[in-house]
Write a protein that binds this ligand. Structure first.
Ligand SMILES: NC(=O)c1ccc[n+]([C@@H]2O[C@H](COP(=O)([O-])OP(=O)(O)OC[C@H]3O[C@@H](n4cnc5c(N)ncnc54)[C@H](OP(=O)(O)O)[C@@H]3O)[C@@H](O)[C@H]2O)c1
Length: 267
């Protein structure tokens, strides 16, 4: 995919991976960026960074758990600043809890944003893209959308679901000339990761690394973009020796007895 002169909408653009993707798209020649998140102040700061790279930036403060607000925002943005060629669904939240202590409201939060929010904005944008027979949609899943890990059951469930959603849309929207891509970041140094108890032995990458992998994958025409050698290794290990991977995950999980025995307790 050529990015020069394109219009892209990035959700979760106020910080973390979404911000890094917006800046990397700006460096790669997009014409206009629509930046979606809730925090107006942070969005305005990212918009300034984008403009400093010579690219038009339009901050759109919207809560993606509010389907009516999404409908109105997309209709207005498409009319005034569209059409969009690229939708990057990056906004997401993660709650980490041992399953037996998990709380329904946290699961509802994850489903409301990671799944229902993604569904609502994708439907709104994809209908318009289909009418023009042109577009690319990137859904940000996670390595945890391929390999589920202890303490992350409900987050992993939403990220597995995103891969299913993406695969189905890829087949369905191809006839409208819409490409649908999954991005699977590994652990990335953002506010989200800073709130988690980390898995031992997993080295975080930077949001910029994730953004650069996405751009490379888009240019290559990949339909699933894994980030970093640890992710490739983990996915291969799951294919070739799933029992071994399960054992490693249990060993590395936060607060596991094995983890404390093997690495000492710092958590
Ligand atoms: N960090 C990692 O290790 C990692 C690894 C794999 C995959 N991922 C995925 O990558 C994506 C970005 O994660 P991140 O690490 O960059 O997280 P982050 O730093 O916590 O950023 C989350 C982004 O989502 C936005 N957001 C949250 N709730 C929202 C809502 N209700 N409506 C609109 N926007 C909302 C936030 O903006 P506001 O608060 O301003 O609304 C922010 O821009 C997520 O989908 C995550 O699951 C992250």
């Amino acid at each position: 995919m050529k990015l020069q002169g394109k219009v892209a909408l990035v959700t979760g653009a106020s910080r973390g991976i979404g911000r890094a993707i917006a800046l990397e798209l700006a460096r790669n020649g997009v014409k206009r960026l629509l930046l979606v998140a809730r925090d107006r102040v942070q969005l305005a700061a990212v918009a300034q960074e984008v403009r400093a790279l010579g690219v038009e930036a339009v901050p759109l403060a919207v809560d993606l758990t509010d389907p009516a607000a999404i409908q109105i925002t997309i209709a207005q943005a498409w009319r005034d600043r569209g059409p969009f060629h690229l939708l990057i669904n990056c906004a997401g939240i993660a709650h980490q809890t041992p399953f037996l202590q998990s709380k329904l409201p946290q699961v509802q939060d994850e489903v409301a944003l990671n799944l229902m929010g993604m569904y609502a904005i994708t439907r709104s944008v994809a209908r318009r893209m289909a009418a023009r027979s042109e577009g690319t949609i990137v859904n940000v899943s996670s390595l945890m959308g391929k390999i589920a890990a202890p303490t992350m059951s409900t987050y992993s469930a939403t990220k597995f679901a995103i891969l299913g959603f993406t695969q189905a849309l890829r087949g369905e929207l191809a006839k409208h000339n819409i490409r649908v891509v999954a991005l699977l970041p590994t652990l990335t140094d953002t506010d989200m990761a800073r709130r988690l108890q980390l898995f031992r032995g997993v080295m975080p990458v930077t949001p910029e690394t994730v953004a650069k992998s996405l751009i490379k994958g888009l240019k290559r025409g990949s339909s699933e973009i894994l980030v970093g050698w640890q992710s490739h290794l983990a996915v291969w290990c799951q294919r070739l020796a799933p029992g071994l991977l399960d054992w490693i995950l249990r060993l590395a999980a936060p607060n596991s007895k094995l983890n404390r025995w093997a690495f000492g307790s710092r958590q």
